[in-house]
Design a protein around this ligand. Structure first.
Ligand SMILES: Cc1cc2nc3c(=O)[nH]c(=O)nc-3n(C[C@H](O)[C@H](O)[C@H](O)COP(=O)(O)OP(=O)(O)OC[C@H]3O[C@@H](n4cnc5c(N)ncnc54)[C@H](O)[C@@H]3O)c2cc1C
Ligand code: FES
Length: 281
């Protein structure tokens, strides 16, 4: 049955944070998907629509895999579903695919659940014979994801944790600075993670004139370019992340605007998590 959850696994857990992988039966999306693309899902009929990156597809099983972190109402609702449950709706594949070509040496940087979003791109760039240097960062050891998968496709893999419980203590940007200081020739940086992380990476690479792509996590509703919720200013012009992205040249983004716009519904998001409406999840 379309949109049925075929498998579900909690791949990381710490305190009240869980990162979950689900595999969903979706023949049309799995057939048309290209790396860098995402879907918009609705867990239930009256629920909101949330964007999630497609991490992997299986053409034999006709499935797509999604990896998500439970951070608010809808991701928690999704995390509570079980195998054999059926998602109300999935639209996709959406967004422009990543340009997969031979760049040379590519540094891929994933912060938190952004690590799941760089994985399909890293895998495809490896197949195009790029040298893959991966840097993944997490708050602590328990929240590091996809380490084994990245070991298989990376020429070099660096892991950082904020508290030093695994890998190197510090941030992904510290490793990037080290690589730059070692005068390693970097042809492209590809980063996905929280907005402050991508902004810092962008500031560093701008100084060294290193081409940098980021996949933006703006708030999205319709993902058709109609509602305007994902609007950004890019190279001085209005762009919509759902249709013109989600990938953009990091050096042309108005980072302050994105930071502010992503806080638009903070009060409502906090309210719904605390309200009785949320008690059943
Ligand atoms: C193109 C795209 C691909 C994405 N892929 C993934 C993915 O593969 N895995 C994953 O875990 N998440 C991904 N996200 C983020 C995901 O959509 C949000 O985590 C989700 O919408 C939050 O919904 P919620 O109701 O659970 O939380 P909410 O209550 O809506 O929000 C909780 C907190 O998250 C922040 N937030 C809200 N929307 C977003 C957002 N779009 N991005 C980041 N933070 C947000 C809010 O400011 C708030 O602080 C992606 C976002 C985009 C735009
Ligand atoms: S999500 Fe509505 S315009 Fe992009």
């Amino acid at each position: 049955m379309n949109n049925k959850i075929i498998s579900k696994k909690v791949i990381a857990e710490f305190s009240n944070t869980r990162i979950i992988r689900i595999e969903v039966y979706s023949p049309i999306i799995s057939e048309h998907y290209k790396p860098g693309q995402f879907v918009i899902i609705m867990v239930e009929e009256k629920g909101e629509r949330i964007p999630l990156t497609i991490t992997e597809t299986d053409l034999n099983k006709k499935t797509i895999s999604l990896i998500f972190q439970e951070i608010g109402y809808t991701t928690k609702l999704l995390g509570n579903l079980k195998e054999d449950d059926v998602l109300y709706h999935i639209a996709g594949p959406l967004g422009k695919p990543t340009e997969i070509t031979n760049y040379g040496t590519v540094v891929l940087i994933g912060g938190g659940v952004g690590t799941a979003e760089i994985y399909p791109v890293a895998k495809s760039l490896k197949e195009e014979k790029n040298k893959i240097i991966t840097i993944i960062g997490a708050k602590n050891k328990n929240l590091v994801i996809l380490e084994e998968e990245f070991k298989k496709i990376s020429n070099e893999l660096y892991i950082t944790t904020d508290d030093g419980s695994y890998g190197e203590k510090g941030f992904v940007s510290d490793i990037l600075k080290k690589l730059i200081n070692q005068k390693i020739k970097i042809d492209l940086v590809y980063a996905v993670g929280p907005i402050p992380m991508m902004k810092v990476i962008s500031e560093i690479t701008k100084c060294y004139n290193i081409r940098t792509l980021v996949s933006l996590n703006t708030i999205m509703i319709d993902a058709t370019g109609m509602c305007g919720s994902c609007r950004i200013t890019y190279d001085g012009k209005i762009n919509y992340v759902c249709c013109d992205g989600p990938e953009f040249d990091a050096h042309k983004i108005d980072w302050e605007e994105i930071t502010n716009r992503n806080k638009t519904y903070l009060k409502q998001e906090e309210y719904i998590l605390k309200s009785s409406f949320c008690k059943h999840i």
